[in-house]
Design a protein around this ligand. Sequence first.
Ligand code: KMH
Ligand code: ZN
Length: 281
Amino acid sequence: MLTSMTSTLITVAPTGAESSKADVPALPVTLDELVATAGDCEAAGASVIHVHIRDAEAQPTLDLGRLKDTVAALRESTNLIVQLSTGGAVTDPEEHRLRVLEAAPDMASCTMGTVNFGDDVFMNRWEFIVELHQRMRDRRIVPEYEIFDVGHLTSLERLLNQHGLPHGEHVHVDFVLGVPGGAPGDASTVTAFAEATRRHLPPGSTFSATGIGRGTLPVMFASLAHGGHLRVGMEDTVSYARRVPVDSNAQLVARAADAALLAQRPAMPVADARKLLNITG
Ligand code: KMH
Ligand code: ZN
C-alpha cells in the first residue's frame, strides 16, 4: 500500500558545498565517509540522499568521474534514491552543472531562480533552468525543484506551463529557507509557501522543507503541520542545539524521524518514496 499521504519523505543532505572539513570535522567528504553516512541515514529513516561531493583536498567538485563513482557506490551499498546537486558551489560554471546529469542519478536538483547567497550570488538564469529541465526529461531523471524564494514557485509554474511536466510527471519541490538573501527560515514562511504551492503548482504536487541553521526546527515542525516532507542534514545544519555541534547526519535524520512519528506521519519507506516521486529505474 502506498503510504505517501500519511508518511513523511525524509531527504538527507549530508555534505553541501559551503562548510569546510576543518571547521566541521564530522562532515562526510570522502567517498567512504559518504557511503557510511548514507547507510546510517537510511537505517535512521531517510529515503533520498541529496549529494554534493568533494575532491582529494575536501574542496567542492563537480568532477564527472567522481560523480559516477559516487552514484555507483551509493547504489551498491544502499537502497536510497540518489539525487545529485546541480547547484554545486556558487562558483561552478553552468556547463559543469549541466554535465552532472551525465552521472545518471535517479534525481537531480534544479534551482528555480537566482538568489543572493550570503556575500555571494547563486546564479540561475531562466535559459539555464529551461536547459536543465529539458535535459533531465531527456535523460529520464526526476527533478527536485529548489525554492529559495516565493518567486521561484511562480517561475516553476511558468516553466511547467511553457515546457511541460518533468520526467515521471510528478512535481516535487524543496523549500530551502533561511539562506541570507533568500526567504526566512520560519513557520510563517512555510505556511505561505505551502499555500503558494497549492495555488500555483499542479494538483498533487508535493513539497519538502529545510531550514538553515536555527531555522531547522521551526521549519521542520511547520512542514509536518502542513502535510509537507522534510530535508535535514549537515549541508543545512551543523549545530544540533545552541553550542552543541551535530555529531552525524544520522543524528539529524533520527530527530526528523522522531518528529514525523510524533506527528503521526512516520518516515516513508524507500519503496513508497519511489512510488510517490515516480522513480521507475
Ligand atoms: N550550494 C548552493 C550554492 C543545490 O544543491 O541544488 C546550491 C545548492 C542547491 O546547494
Ligand atoms: Zn545542495
